[in-house]
Design a protein around this ligand. Structure first.
Ligand code: IPM
Ligand code: MN
Length: 370
């Protein structure tokens, strides 16, 4: 059995609490003889800033580059509101994405049957929902230059962010979306703002060409990003795979997440290019929810998105499909038993904390693995 090199970056806020539950699942997999891990751990975000004065140290970056996969918790919090922009907690995450070349961000939004009533939409609109948002992650306005605030000298300042995409960046993310669609319901919705943005015009053109050249068998539709947001809350089940840029993907995936009942439910995978020689790809797995400083340290956080992210690591980095399915089924089973953390509580349900939810999922793993 190969030893899989994992770097854990719990980060800030609820990150360490939910990561603790992922660690228990790693230990469970090892104890069952299903996998063998070489695990390292380091700081990122505000906690790294407190220790080193920057949001990720060079040593931690080196570990990330050497790992088969990175499991990431969350970064940020009001404590670091005043730190210099380049050292803010989020900069650590953005550097990981950029330096590891993690251009493809997969954000599945699945509504577990047991949670259909926790959604802000009616049950019939979200029951059985299963969409995959494919967000471009290393380009666009997040990284485009110039990115500046200039003092105009007349009491005014000017802020500039740059939205920029090259053909190859759009081609490779489109391929990820089409390939995924082929294994799902064979439909891709591409979303941009070509009615106001040149990058949207190019996005539309390139996706259309890639489709015509390589993926004629997949159904492709184009939807302006504002309309896509509207359709996501109007009739979310019309979607299969949505492919979109970095900023629209950030927003649309938060919207999609909430359809499933809670932001605490959504895992994500950030993947790099497949290396032609080794056939491996760099990867980072993280819950979408963020650091949630308001509930940090209270043992209230929902660990499902973090455990689901570990499941995605097994699926996309290690080819452990059976074990990944097992984790998904254990999560669903714990929910079916009526167990809820505060974020997904329905009416009159007793809520449990982070560790109890972790234990419940492991109990289901024990039960399902026989
Ligand atoms: C996300 C987060 C990040 C983003 C932040 C923390 C930089 O919101 O992963 O969705 O904007 O990409
Ligand atoms: Mn976000």
């Amino acid at each position: 059995m190969p030893t899989l090199k994992l770097l854990l970056l719990p980060g800030d806020g609820i990150g360490p609490e939910v990561m603790a539950e992922a660690k228990h699942v790693l230990a469970w997999l090892e104890a069952r003889g299903l996998a063998s891990f070489a695990i390292e751990e380091d700081l990122v975000g505000g906690s790294a800033y407190d220790a080193h004065g920057k949001s990720i140290s060079e040593a931690a970056m080196a570990k990330a580059l050497a790992a088969d996969a990175v499991l990431f918790g969350a970064v940020g919090g009001p404590k670091w509101d005043k730190v210099p922009y380049d050292a803010r907690p989020e900069a650590g995450l953005l550097r990981l994405r950029k330096d590891l070349g993690l251009f493809a961000n997969l954000r599945p939004a699945i509504c577990y049957p047991a949670l259909a009533d926790a959604s802000s939409l009616k049950r019939e609109l979200v029951e059985g929902l299963d969409i995959m948002i494919v967000r471009e992650l290393t380009g666009g306005v997040y990284f485009g230059e110039p990115k500046t605030i200039t003092d105009l000298g007349n009491g005014q300042k000017r802020a500039v962010d740059t939205q920029v995409y090259d053909t190859y960046e759009i081609e490779r993310i489109a391929r990820v979306a089409f390939d995924l669609a082929r294994k799902r319901r064979n439909k891709v919705t591409s979303s941009e703002k070509r009615n106001v943005m040149k990058s949207g015009v190019l996005w539309h053109e390139v996706v259309t060409q890639v489709h015509a050249r390589e993926y004629k068998d997949v159904q492709l539709e184009h939807l302006l990003a504002d309309a896509c947001g509207m359709q996501l809350v109007r009739q979310p089940k019309q979607f299969d795979v949505i492919v979109t840029d970095n900023l629209f993907g950030d927003m649309l995936s938060d919207v999609a997440a909430m359809l499933t009942g809670s932001l605490g439910m959504l895992p994500s995978a950030s993947l790099g290019e497949v290396d032609a020689k080794t056939k491996k790809r760099r990867a980072l797995y993280e819950p979408v929810h963020g650091a949630a400083p308001d509930i940090a340290g209270k043992g209230l956080a929902n660990p499902i998105a973090m455990i689901g992210s570990l499941g995605m690591a097994l699926r996309y980095s290690f080819g452990m499909i059976k074990e990944a399915d097992l984790i998904d089924r254990a999560i669903a089973a714990a929910l079916d038993r009526g167990l809820r953390t505060a974020d997904i509580r329905g009416q009159a349900q007793r809520t449990i904390g982070t560790t109890e939810m972790g234990e419940a999922i492991r109990a289901e793993l024990d039960r399902l693995a026989v």
